[in-house]
Design a protein around this ligand. Structure first.
Ligand code: HEC
Ligand code: HEC
Length: 138
C-alpha cells in the first residue's frame, strides 16, 4: 500500500483545474456527475484518498481513454443511474489492473531514475492517447 500512497497525489498535481472543467464539458451533460458519497469499494487506490483527488483522477481517466464514466461503472439501463461502488461492470476490474500497472511503472521503475529530468509521471493517456485501444506507433 505504501508504494501506491503517493501516486494519486502526483497524478493530481499534473492536472490543471481548467483542464478538468473542459473535459467534463466535452463529454456533455450525461457525465456531469461528480463524486459526492465517500468511496467504500477502493481496492487499488488509497482508501483515504480525498473526494477531490478521486474526482480529479476519474475525470482524467475519462479524458485519457475518451470514454464516459459508464464505460467502467455499472449503469442502470432504465434509470440511467450509475452505481460507482458496484463491481458489476467487468471493465472496472480491467481498469484496476491498469491502475496498478501504471503505479508500478511510476513508483518501481521510473522512480529508479531518481532525478526525472524530462518526463512527468506516466499517465493512462501516455499509452491510450484519448482512446480505449492504445493506438499503434506509426
Ligand atoms: C477507465 C475506467 C474508469 C472510468 C472511465 C471512470 N472510473 Fe471511476 N473508478 C474506476 C475504478 C477501477 C475504480 C475503483 C478503484 C479502486 O478499486 O481502488 C473507480 C472508483 C470510482 C468511485 C469510488 C466508488 C466507491 O464507492 O468505491 C467513484 C465515485 C468513481 N469511480 C466515479 C467516477 C466518475 C464520476 C467517473 C466519470 C467522470 C468515473 N469514475 C470514470 C474506473 C473508472
Ligand atoms: C504502458 C501503456 C499503458 C498504460 C500506462 C495504461 N494502459 Fe490501459 N491498456 C494498455 C494496453 C496495451 C491495453 C490493451 C490490452 C489488451 O490487448 O487487451 C490496455 C487496455 C486497457 C483497458 C481495457 C480496454 C478493453 O476494451 O478491454 C482499460 C479499461 C484500460 N487499459 C485502462 C487504463 C487506465 C485507467 C490506465 C491508467 C490508470 C491505463 N489503462 C494505463 C496500455 C496501457
Amino acid at each position: 500500500m505504501s508504494l501506491l500512497r503517493g501516486t494519486p497525489l502526483i497524478l493530481g498535481l499534473l492536472i490543471a483545474p481548467a483542464a478538468i472543467g473542459a473535459a467534463a464539458q466535452d463529454r456533455g451533460a450525461e457525465n456531469a456527475t461528480a463524486v459526492s458519497d465517500a468511496p467504500s469499494n477502493l481496492k487499488v487506490l488509497p482508501k483515504d484518498i480525498s473526494k477531490a483527488d478521486l474526482n480529479v483522477l476519474m475525470f482524467q481517466y475519462q479524458k485519457d481513454l475518451g470514454r464516459p464514466c459508464r464505460f467502467c461503472h455499472a449503469e442502470n439501463s432504465e434509470t440511467k443511474q450509475i452505481n460507482y461502488t458496484s463491481d458489476e461492470n467487468p471493465m472496472k476490474n480491467l481498469a484496476r489492473i491498469m491502475i496498478g500497472m501504471t503505479n508500478d511503472l511510476n513508483t518501481k521503475y521510473l522512480a529508479q531514475f531518481g532525478d526525472r529530468r524530462y518526463a512527468d509521471p506516466l499517465t493512462c493517456g501516455n499509452c491510450h492517447r484519448g482512446q480505449m485501444k492504445p493506438p499503434p506507433f506509426e
